[in-house]
Design a protein around this ligand. Structure first.
Ligand code: IPE
Ligand code: IPE
Ligand code: MG
Ligand code: MG
Ligand code: MG
Length: 355
């Protein structure tokens, strides 16, 4: 759908102390908590998949395995995020808002994509990928806080709880977003073991989340409200506001895992395709799911006259486009053979998600 892979990813346009005993008790608690959460994961998986794809889980053992792995990976991201926040001296009011937003139950799909792309090309998750997965989750969470502000989508509910500006106030929400955005770059500058890798990751994140990426998409999304949307406009908005962050996650994982240029390019295209399919699913779910199920207000797009896939092409065609994108994403994984099965399952799960 997006043309051939040559050099740069094609869709991008422009591219791409306390006392020792306290410490010991604290870490013991975290380890025990983490282990229990994995055990608990297995039970919860049967009740509700990370992405809400219960029906499939009942059908296939491999899907149960996938959902368990997804949940474990998301838990490891939660653990890393918590460690980063706990290790920093931050004004208590701000820290409370940071924990409130970052600690809320997000799906962590971008972070998990970083880890799985690193694993695919590098054989295992390394500490750089762990840092990168936290950085992208911070930027993503900041984008949600700002997206919900009255001046933007004006939303009251996010991740199953009142939005940041409702739970605190608008100024705190703006500043919490600012803090997350800057903290993401701080942890990349500090926590990556090779300066060359750090610069690549910082550059990728800045490009995809910035003025020629997510911000451009958000700007266009707001400007397109109540206008006569076109398919071209729709694709521009969705690629920029959402798909580029998935491309970024895949790229960051590839960089951390030491991908070859070709592997990097395939994974970037995979990320763009699943990212666009993800936003189409978001648009569809906004029309078809309940607020309770989504943990955010359903039906808002229609009220705000947003430029969405269901609004422009209709629900049925939107689902077709989603399937086509997912199958094109699978095509990008061919060179990786069976090793990429997890990413294949990931693409399917993102398409079939119900939350
Ligand atoms: C919501 O992203 C914003 C979109 C780009 C659609 P997610 O659906 O990944 O939100 P969380 O992180 O799970 O809350
Ligand atoms: C937001 O898209 C994309 C971002 C960059 C945050 P939406 O406005 O559709 O996301 P939701 O539906 O509020 O999560
Ligand atoms: Mg929005
Ligand atoms: Mg919104
Ligand atoms: Mg939406």
């Amino acid at each position: 759908m997006f043309g051939q892979i040559e050099g740069q990813p094609t869709l991008a346009g422009s591219g791409n102390t306390k006392n020792k005993n306290h410490f010991a008790v604290y870490y013991l608690f975290l380890i025990v908590y983490y282990d229990f959460s994995i055990i608990d994961d297995r039970r919860q998986v049967v009740k509700s998949g990370q992405l809400g794809v219960e029906a499939n889980m009942a059908k296939s053992t491999s899907t149960i395995d996938f959902n368990t792995r997804l949940r474990r990976k998301a838990q490891s991201v939660n653990y890393s995020l918590q460690r980063i926040l706990d290790s920093r001296r931050i004004n208590s009011e701000l820290k409370e808002a940071l924990k409130y937003t970052l600690g809320a139950p997000g799906k962590r799909v971008r972070s998990v994509l970083v880890l799985w792309c690193c694993e695919l090309v590098g054989g295992q998750v390394n500490s750089n990928a762990e840092v990168a997965s936290c950085a992208i989750e911070m930027v993503h969470t900041y984008s949600l806080i700002h997206d919900d502000l009255p001046a933007m989508d004006d939303d009251d509910l996010r991740r199953g709880q009142p939005t940041c500006h409702k739970a605190f106030d608008e100024a705190t929400a703006i500043l919490t977003g600012d803090a997350l955005l800057t903290l993401a770059f701080e942890i990349l500058a500090e926590g990556i073991d090779q300066p060359v890798v750090a610069v690549k990751l910082i550059n990728q994140l800045a490009q995809d989340a910035g003025a020629a990426g997510m911000i451009a998409g958000q700007m266009a999304d707001l400007r397109a409200e109540k206008s006569v949307g076109t398919k071209k406009m729709l694709e521009y908005i969705h690629i920029n506001k959402t798909a580029k962050m998935f491309r970024c996650a895949a790229a960051m994982g590839a960089i951390c895992g030491g991908a070859t240029q070709k592997q990097f390019e395939y994974l970037c295209e995979y990320g763009l395709h699943v990212g666009l399919a993800f936003q189409i699913a978001d648009d569809i779910l906004d029309e078809t799911a309940s607020s309770e199920q989504l943990g955010k207000t359903a039906g808002k797009d229609l009220k705000a006259a947003k430029c969405t896939y269901p609004a422009i092409v209709g629900l049925e065609k939107a689902r077709e486009v989603q399937e086509k994108l997912t199958s094109e994403a699978m095509g990008m994984l061919k060179p990786f053979g069976q090793k990429a099965d997890t990413l294949r399952q990931f693409a399917t799960a993102l398409m079939e998600r119900t939350k």
